[in-house]
Design a protein around this ligand. Structure first.
Ligand code: ADE
Length: 284
């Protein structure tokens, strides 16, 4: 089909998620209802009121750059369109829900599971970073799972390009309290290594069932982060403890890069070239 699409080209089904200025629905094409999509609907009025025009534009540009099927771990963007009220992102539908729900349901996960989940996250973040994109809001809610165990990173609403990162006071805290890196809290600094910090928090959470830093309120959480105040509750392989410890350091320059992570001894059996081996056959 050629030309711009309109909302009438889709049948909107149940709500999949809700953000501060967007709602995601499952949808099918009116002419061909065999394939599911996740359509993110952003209210123009809200975006303008909340001064989020810049972020929505960046989200669209970055997804156009990364989400064209270039990597299985980045949510695919099929098209965008708008009407008088809303902007629409037609995204790949990912059927297995959020990684957060998997952790909520199972608590601490078995090592084979979290190894393959983490390897996929590292591979996807490496792809993003090699294209100069910092996600800035990596957390288990923004990681979706397909029914076969493939992870898909979504919600690039806080993301930025490496060229505009660095010391950017206006964008100081855009992430989620529990996964925010200390340099953002202390110096309003954000770089590729802030995503790596979030990966460290996520790996910890997969092994322990809860994130490393969680206070009774945001301020307490921030205090724990800047003091590296976390404990291991569930027995965890030493290689994993060492890996998380190497990531959760205050100085972002001392953190491993995504390339370093791919070389980590705990992941030595991972075949990075064969992408589908990172999820196929792990969950049976
Ligand atoms: N919730 C938010 N985005 C989604 C997507 N792309 N697929 C399924 N559920 C979602």
């Amino acid at each position: 089909m050629s030309g711009k699409r309109t909302p009438e080209d889709y049948v909107f089904l149940e709500r999949l998620g809700q953000g501060s200025y967007s709602t995601v629905f499952r949808a099918v094409e009116r002419n061909n209802s065999t394939k599911n999509y996740a359509v993110k609907v952003c209210s123009k009025r809200h975006i303008i009121q909340e001064k989020k025009v810049k972020y929505v534009t960046i989200e669209k540009d970055l997804l156009n750059k990364l989400g064209q099927g270039g990597h299985p771990g980045i949510v695919r963007l099929f098209c965008t369109f708008h009407d008088a009220e809303n902007l629409y992102f037609v995204l790949e539908y990912v059927s297995g829900g959020e990684l957060l729900n998997l952790v909520r349901k199972h608590g601490p996960l078995p090592e084979v599971w979290y190894k393959h989940l983490f390897a996929q996250l590292v591979d996807t973040v490496d792809f993003m970073h090699s294209h100069g994109v910092i996600h800035r809001d990596l957390k288990p809610e923004n990681v979706l799972l397909s029914h076969e165990g493939r992870i898909v990173i979504t919600d690039f609403g806080a993301a930025c390009s490496i060229t505009t990162a660095g010391r950017d006071r206006s964008a100081s805290f855009v992430g989620t309290a529990e996964y925010v890196a200390p340099e953002l809290l202390l110096y309003s600094q954000c770089g590729l290594s802030s995503d790596i910090w979030a990966l460290g928090c996520i790996l910890y959470q997969l092994t322990q069932g809860i994130p490393p830093f969680r206070g009774e309120n945001e301020l307490q959480t921030f205090e724990q982060i800047v003091h590296l105040d976390y404990k291991w509750r569930v027995v965890t392989p030493q290689q994993v403890v060492t890996l998380v410890q190497s990531i959760l350091v205050l100085d972002p320059l001392l953190r491993p890069t995504s390339k370093h992570l791919k070389q980590n001894p705990w992941l030595s059996a991972i075949n990075w070239e064969n992408k589908s081996s990172l999820w196929k056959g792990i969950w049976e």
